[in-house]
Design a protein around this ligand. Sequence first.
Ligand code: GLY
Length: 317
Amino acid sequence: MDARAVIVASANGREALAEGMAVLRRGGTALDAVEACARIVEADPRDESVGLGGLPNLLGVVELDASIMDGTTLRAGAVGALQGFLHPITVARAVMDRLPHVLLVGAGAARFARESGAEPAELLTDAARRYWEDRLRALGESASDIGSRGELATLVRPVREHGTVNFIARDAKGGLASAVTTSGWALKYPGRLGDSPVIGAGNYADARAGAATCTGFGESALRCGTARIAVDRMARGISPRAAARSAVADASAIALKPFHVLALGADGAHAAASNVAGRSYAVIEDGMAEAVLVPRDHLHTAGPDGSPLSGELWDRT
Ligand code: GLY
């Protein structure tokens, strides 16, 4: 089967898409392409929501979540709260390829990363450390004392919109794969997992129907099973656009938090939706030299005072 090769990403994945398309042109699979794209963002210290340079948890430790799914076989791998490795997406792929498991977390994930030869790294950059110290100071705490504080729960704050990067690729054989990688909620409670490493919540791919991935408030996707529901809707003939819109609507109905869904259909049609105005996603198709940004559908949601939701209004609900 000759299919139209296409890769879509959250907007922060745009710069990686040309390399992902090069992987597909060299005969790589959709799975190879999404892993290659995710690795580029993971290694980029400018993205403070992913990999190196990601914002840390309350204790100042960067904990990474990632998942990868092969829509052709429905195989998947994921890691959660992984510390000290540059490419959680590659560890997630190794979980899929080498273990009879889907998800490893914490110390077990780090052990497996070592066994797999994953590249160790100090992930906390100076910029991320300064951010952590400043936020703690604003909470009346100090970085040097936080480790001995008895209780951390009261310090968890929804300080800013989550980042995370999503990639979904379709290769020339019609193979579909998806990858999600993130450092999660800035200054989260240690051990907090978001939706990104949970197959069915932040990531799901089924080449017969389509794939969907999420960014934003991961707790909503965990509660809604967002990615799997979006793919199920595509399996029932609903367009990627309508599937993404309805998934954002579902999540917005349970929590008025910034939330965004990206969808790619089995036929290569793509769309994305957000409950924050002005958001976009990135696309590259075979034959394009570089990726372009495309507007996301905006679902209007309002705060308690009727004001539109935005990342800056995160604290209000
Ligand atoms: N959606 C990413 C997270 O909540 O961690």
